[in-house]
Design a protein around this ligand. Structure first.
Ligand code: FMN
Length: 189
C-alpha cells in the first residue's frame, strides 16, 4: 500500500475476529514502530506484546479500570454505555494487545520528548497494521490501571505504561469513521 493511501485508510478499529496474528506479522509491526524518530535517538519505547493467557488476564485488569469510565467520559462530555464498558474490558476481542511503556521521569522536558517519541512509534505501528490488513486502536484508558498492568506484564518499576494497542483482523469497517479537520495549519510568511 502506498504511504498516503495507508494514512487515509487507517481508522481506529474496535472489533476483531479471533483469528490469531502470526508472530512474523507482529514482528513486522514492532520493526515499523522501532524505526520511528525519537528525541536524542533515545528510542524510549518498549512494547509488551500480549497474547493467549496473558492477554486474557490483561482483560481482567482492564475491567477493574471501567469504574473510572464515567470520570474519563465526563472529560469528553459523554456518559458510559454498556458497549463502552465491554470495549474497555474486552478491547473488541483483539487477539493481541501491545502495552507501550516509557522510562519514568520527573523532568517535564524529558517527559514531553518521551511521549512524543512513543506517539510516533505507535503511529508507525498503526500504519503498518493498516498496510498488512489488520485493524488496530490505541487506547490510553489503561491510564487508570497502568500500575496493575505493569505488575501483570512484569514491566520494570522504572518504566510506566502509557498506552495499549489492540490489534487483530477487523470484523468490519469502523462503525463511525470520524471526520478529520483539515484546517489545522496557519501559514506564516
Ligand atoms: C493517544 C491516543 C489515545 C487514544 N485512546 C483511546 C481510548 O482510550 N479509547 C478509544 O476507544 N480510542 C482511543 N483512541 C482512538 C481515538 O479515539 C481515535 O484515533 C480518534 O477518534 C480518531 O479516529 P480514527 O483513529 O479512526 O481516525 C486513542 C487515540 C490516540 C492517538
Amino acid at each position: 500500500m502506498e504511504l498516503f493511501e495507508a494514512i487515509s485508510a487507517r481508522h481506529s478499529m474496535r472489533s476483531f475476529t479471533d483469528e490469531p496474528v502470526p508472530r512474523q506479522v507482529m514482528e513486522r509491526l514492532i520493526s515499523a514502530a522501532s524505526l520511528a524518530p525519537s528525541a536524542l535517538n533515545e528510542q524510549p519505547w518498549a512494547f509488551h506484546v500480549t497474547t493467549g493467557e496473558t492477554r486474557k488476564r490483561l482483560s481482567e485488569v482492564m475491567s477493574h479500570g471501567t469504574h473510572h469510565l464515567e470520570e474519563f467520559l465526563a472529560l469528553l462530555g459523554h456518559t458510559a454505555t454498556i458497549e463502552q464498558l465491554e470495549w474497555y474490558s474486552e478491547l473488541g476481542g483483539a487477539p493481541v494487545v501491545v502495552a507501550c511503556s516509557i522510562p519514568r521521569t520527573d523532568d517535564e522536558f524529558l517527559l514531553m520528548n518521551k511521549y512524543l517519541s512513543v506517539g510516533g512509534a505507535i503511529e508507525n505501528m498503526l500504519l503498518a497494521a493498516t498496510d498488512l490488513g489488520l485493524g488496530a486502536c490505541a487506547v490510553t484508558f489503561s491510564y487508570w490501571v497502568r500500575d496493575e498492568i505493569g505488575t501483570l506484564l512484569e514491566v520494570p518499576r522504572d518504566r510506566i505504561i502509557v498506552s495499549m494497542i489492540a490489534i487483530g483482523y477487523p470484523t468490519d469497517q469502523p462503525t463511525v469513521a470520524p471526520v478529520h479537520r483539515m484546517d489545522t495549519a496557519v501559514y506564516l510568511d
